[in-house]
Design a protein around this ligand. Structure first.
Ligand SMILES: *Cc1c(COP(=O)(O)O)cnc(C)c1O
Length: 337
């Protein structure tokens, strides 16, 4: 299964002979086991399976697998909002005393989350303008810097992130690049193909697409090496799981597994199974809607550009737009419509 269109419809849930054609809603908090030994293995993370819906659920899992496949990642966790996704993406690798670099061209809610709430928790954001030189960005990075964060297409400024450049900068310092891909969606851009390590979304926007459910998702590329000395939380035993070492037990899934079993367990920003079902319905038409959105937006942009009462128009797909070169590079398919 290779086309993104096919993945939107088919990925994540594959019914066996005689099973429901439509993704079932497992509206259940808890699960049934034949032995207490099996439940013990689930608690120790030595057997796969569901133990409590705050941490995982079969309906939610299918949607996570679909989105991981759309982005080309190894795993994903759905959370209750885009805000929760970006908070978890950073808190999974940063503790009080650490810092991270974020582009200034991000969603206002994320600016507050980083500048107000994470700051109160002792995690310091260092804002960088996209126009900064490499030297100016590197001057913000020290031994306690844990990631670089940006948005593929910034909400609302529509700046287009030079993903390759920021991935290269991050990797030079052995830290990951986290990209909020909400506006582009994996139909237009898959940031892992340009070197990003972790992708987040507010699924509230295009992924749901019907304005009916707030949600978020974090996707792991599986490419970042967490065994470096900057990330001891992956290589030292987690006493809250009987000494599990995430890089040893979960390999390429270390980041996303830790986010699930620590942050969903402790903070509980869990999506409802019904919300995951609605999100999945939205995802089934994502490829059709995004294509039409791009077509319509370009028509509006051109109309406004030709109107002498309009002072300026900024849209990445317009010829001559400041973002047009980068947009052509990372959204080749969108701009071919
Ligand atoms: C809306 C949005 C968010 C926050 O998502 P919620 O689902 O509203 O919590 C984060 N990032 C971007 C780019 C957004 O547009």
């Amino acid at each position: 299964m290779s086309n993104i269109e096919t993945k939107c419809v088919q990925s994540g849930y594959t019914p066996e002979n005689g099973e429901p054609r439509v993704l079932p809603i497992y509206q259940s908090t808890t699960y049934k086991y034949d032995s207490s030994e099996h439940l013990g293995e689930l608690f120790d993370l030595t057997a796969p399976g569901h133990m409590y819906t705050r941490i995982s659920n079969p309906t939610v899992e299918c949607v996570e697998n679909k989105i991981a496949d759309l982005e080309g990642g190894v795993g994903a966790i759905c959370v209750s909002s885009g805000q929760a996704a970006n908070m978890f993406a950073v808190l999974n690798i940063a503790s009080a005393g650490d810092n991270f670099v974020s582009l200034t061209t991000i969603y206002g809610g994320t600016t507050n989350l980083f500048g107000v709430t994470l700051k109160r928790m002792g995690v310091e954001v260092r804002f960088a303008e996209p126009s900064f030189t490499d030297e100016q960005i590197e001057a913000l990075i020290d031994e306690n810097t844990r990631c670089i964060f940006g948005e593929t297409i910034a909400n609302p400024s529509l700046d287009v992130l030079d993903i390759e450049r920021f991935a290269k900068l991050a990797h030079k310092y052995e830290i990951p690049l986290i990209v909020d891909n909400t506006f582009a969606t994996p139909v237009n851009c898959r940031p892992f193909e340009f070197g990003a390590d972790v992708v987040t979304h507010s699924t509230t926007k295009y992924m749901d697409g019907h304005a009916c459910v707030v949600g978020g998702v974090i996707v792991d590329s599986g490419n970042f090496n967490w065994a470096g000395k900057k990330f001891p939380m992956f290589t030292e035993p987690d006493e809250s799981y009987h000494g599990v070492v995430y890089t040893e037990s979960f390999g390429k899934l270390a980041y996303i597994t830790k986010a699930r079993v620590q942050l969903l367990r402790d903070i509980g920003a869990t999506p409802a199974p019904m919300s995951a079902f609605l999100l999945n319905l939205g995802l089934e038409t994502l490829h059709l809607r995004v294509e039409r959105h791009c077509e319509n937006a370009l028509k509006v942009a051109k109309f406004l550009k030709d109107n002498d009462k309009i002072a300026w128009v900024h849209y990445p797909d317009l010829d001559g737009d400041s973002e047009n070169e980068r947009a052509k590079n990372i959204f080749p398919k969108a701009l071919a419509v």
